[in-house]
Design a protein around this ligand. Structure first.
Ligand code: SF4
Length: 328
């Protein structure tokens, strides 16, 4: 493989075809870091509206470190995987203790919520550090480029792919190279039916040469999705809605507010069905029905909140969707 020609090819392609994404306007480590954390497990299109809003509200490490957690969770609500928001704040406090954003790979990697991939992405883009960033897109491109036939989720294969990207990465433009590789995976080397005629690496791609690009990368099978039914209650009194807050030790969505479910309030009187919708979290498909109901007494642990208050606190996505049904 001609490493230099691969570098040249992908960097030229990136210059011409890269998407204009808001976090690509800056090399400020704070802004890069926020974008990389948001992009963990979340699609680019979903992150874009959150990114600018988040930076307007938390423009620097100091503001992020000092903000109340409820405000942070409210700004993050809808992006999912809320441990990321809490880790951001823990990391912001650590960055303050360090006296500024760390500029070496090991120290970036030690920040809460930062793994190998994220440390490599931040370090290469903000500080020109030569570490290959191996996200799902980059792993797919590389597994096809070298016709890797092992399971890409296994530790052994990840190591092989990491070695490949560390060898290929352009030492003079590591940040651009990492972004170019991920962009190629996101826009050309797609999981199904990659657009090989548009690919700058088509001439060197082993999978294309062997005609097995649609079969790679190989992955271990995922468990089947589970279906769960839920009934939410919309109970109103004097313009306020009944809600409860998940405890801080809750395994999921700690600190978030929810609408009550039928089995929490057996004394509630169901009046009518308002709406139904679906919601998917990781491997669980929820079918959610929303009912109007009434209640004689306020149960312990529940609170009456105005819609204005509900818009200011961290609210679970299912509660948000249920409330949106009311205004339709
Ligand atoms: S030639 Fe096709 S399979 Fe190979 S890296 Fe390019 S897009 Fe992916």
């Amino acid at each position: 493989m001609d490493v230099r020609s691969l570098r040249r090819g992908i960097l030229n392609w990136y210059q011409k075809h890269k998407r204009d994404l808001p976090w690509r306007q800056s090399r400020d480590p704070y802004r890069i870091w926020i974008s990389e954390i948001m992009l963990q497990q979340t699609r680019v299109a979903a992150v874009i509206p959150y990114y600018e809003r988040f930076l307007a509200r938390f423009p620097d490490v100091g503001t992020l470190a000092a903000s109340p957690e409820q405000e942070l969770l409210a700004a993050w609500a809808g992006l999912g995987y809320y441990a990321r928001a809490r880790n951001l704040q823990r990391a912001a406090k650590k960055i303050q203790e360090l006296g500024g954003f760390p500029g070496d790979h090991a120290s970036i990697r030690e920040l809460p919520g930062v793994g190998d991939y994220t440390a490599a992405a931040i370090g290469s883009i903000a500080f020109n550090l030569r570490h290959g960033a191996l996200d799902g897109n980059a792993a797919r491109v590389l597994s096809r480029l070298i016709a890797e036939r092992g399971n890409v989720d296994s530790g052994v294969v990840r190591k092989r792919l990491q070695a490949s990207v560390d060898r290929l990465i352009d030492p003079r433009r590591p940040g651009e190279f990492n972004q170019a590789l991920m962009e190629l995976g996101a826009t050309v080397c797609l999981p199904k039916q990659p657009h090989c005629p548009q690919c700058p690496w088509a001439g060197e791609c082993q999978a294309l040469r062997l005609g097995i690009q649609d079969e790679l990368p190989l992955k271990a099978g995922r468990p089947d999705a589970v279906g769960v039914e839920k009934q939410l209650l919309m109970i109103e009194r004097a313009g306020k809605i009944l809600a409860w807050q998940r405890p801080s030790e809750s395994r999921r969505l700690a600190g978030f507010w929810e609408l009550p479910e039928t089995d929490q309030l057996p004394g509630a009187k169901i009046e009518s069905r308002v709406a139904g919708f679906r919601h998917t979290i990781v491997n669980t498909n929820y079918r959610i029905a929303v009912f109007r109901a009434s209640l004689a007494r306020t149960p312990k642990g529940f609170h009456w909140l105005t819609t204005k208050k509900l818009s200011e606190i961290p609210l679970s996505t299912t509660a948000k969707k249920a409330l949106a049904c009311l205004t339709k």
